[in-house]
Write a protein that binds this ligand. Structure first.
Ligand code: UFG
Length: 330
């Protein structure tokens, strides 16, 4: 099988590319290399283009035909909640335009299977402590809105021309499956904390007056390798005739607060972490934890790793990278 992976040189994409290659599949990557890195794709061909550019369609059609692509996994997108509040038109253009280009190319090349990177941000502030896929999606920031529209687009293409589509709603992805595939971007809590420390500063907590047990936001942290495996399992699911669902949470059902993540990082690293309090960040829901029941029952997928493994692997990968942090007493 040959799988086209958009954003395959990025943090999550590269984990999926490696798993696919390990099981003997061929991979073609489409990536603009803005946060992705060329040396992460295990020698797969890379089509270097921004997914939302018009010319991306022709380039993808050509690649799908040339490599006899059988399925697409679409990661390439912008993913920062705060930035999406500040730059909504840009997020709509990149994420919705990118998805439209992917689906257009698939229809033209008659490639029928698509796994889409959706997000827990589609839920907004769900009414239940542990959110299920049946909850009404009510995103509270443009990022989440673009992901919800992406889901609608995939579903509509299914009705229109038979796209076989599944969206994975990721919760908070962190850690690394291999030391050379740590998160290269400083866009989420764990790398942001390590980046601050590498720069000789203490990490920031964005608000401690939320209505949560310790006042900091609660998230469902999922190990990137578990998430990557969920994509492999979803490809198998798309090949089946009976597909009762087209949306799955990829979470653990367990929440951790920002403070618990910081305490955990201090524990696994030996670092003395004394965070500074900062103002709330726009667009942040206080509590977002996902039920994995549906993906567990339908695909047989379950997370193998918890917060400890996530933080340990993130720390080890960081320390093998270019910005090693020296720990007191070492
Ligand atoms: N945070 C801090 N300090 C930091 C960085 C983050 O306190 O230096 C807080 C944030 O305010 C938030 C929590 O840590 O409360 C997690 O923030 P991230 O930026 O790591 O992640 P988000 O929850 O905002 O968003 C992430 C992905 C989205 C995805 C979402 C699903 O970036 O793509 O998880 O929950 F949709």
């Amino acid at each position: 099988m040959t799988i086209l992976v958009t954003g395959g040189a990025g943090y999550i994409g590269a984990h999926v590319v490696r798993l696919l290659q390990q099981q003997g599949d061929q991979v073609v990557v489409v990536d603009n290399l803005s946060t992705g890195q060329r040396d992460r794709v295990g020698g797969a061909p890379i089509i270097e283009v921004d997914i939302a550019e018009d010319r991306a369609v022709d380039l993808m059609v050509d690649a799908m035909r040339e490599h006899s692509v059988t399925a697409v996994i679409h990661f390439a997108a912008q993913k920062q909640v705060g930035e999406s509040v500040a730059r909504p038109a840009y997020y709509y253009h990149q994420n919705i335009g990118g998805m439209a280009n992917v689906i257009t190319a698939m229809e033209r090349a008659q490639v029928r299977d698509l796994v889409f990177s959706s997000s827990a941000a589609t839920y907004g502030m769900p009414p239940t402590a542990i959110v299920e896929e049946t909850a009404d999606p009510r995103p509270i920031n443009p990022y989440g809105e673009t992901k919800l529209v992406g889901e609608w687009m995939g579903r509509a293409a299914g009705k229109a021309w038979g796209l076989r589509f599944a969206a994975l709603r990721y919760f908070n992805v962190a850690g690394s499956g291999w030391d050379d595939l740590g998160d290269p971007a400083v866009l989420n809590l764990v790398p942001m904390v390590l980046d601050r420390i590498a720069n000789g500063k203490q990490p920031l907590i964005f608000g401690n007056d939320y209505d949560t047990p310790d006042g900091t936001c609660v998230r469902d942290y999922i190990h990137v390798l578990d998430l990557a495996q969920a994509h492999i399992d979803t490809l198998t699911y798309l090949a089946k005739d009976e597909r009762p669902y087209d949306v799955f949470n990829v979470g653990t059902g367990t929440g951790s607060s920002v403070r618990e993540v910081l305490d955990g990082l201090a524990r696994v690293s030996g670092l003395a972490i004394e965070p500074e309090l900062f103002e709330r960040r726009a667009g942040d829901p206080p509590h977002l934890v996902g039920s994995p029941a549906r993906i567990n029952e339908t695909l047989g997928w379950t997370a193998q790793n918890g917060l400890e493994e996530i933080l340990t692997s993130a720390w080890t990968a960081w320390q093998t990278g270019p910005r090693r942090i020296s720990v007191a007493g070492e």
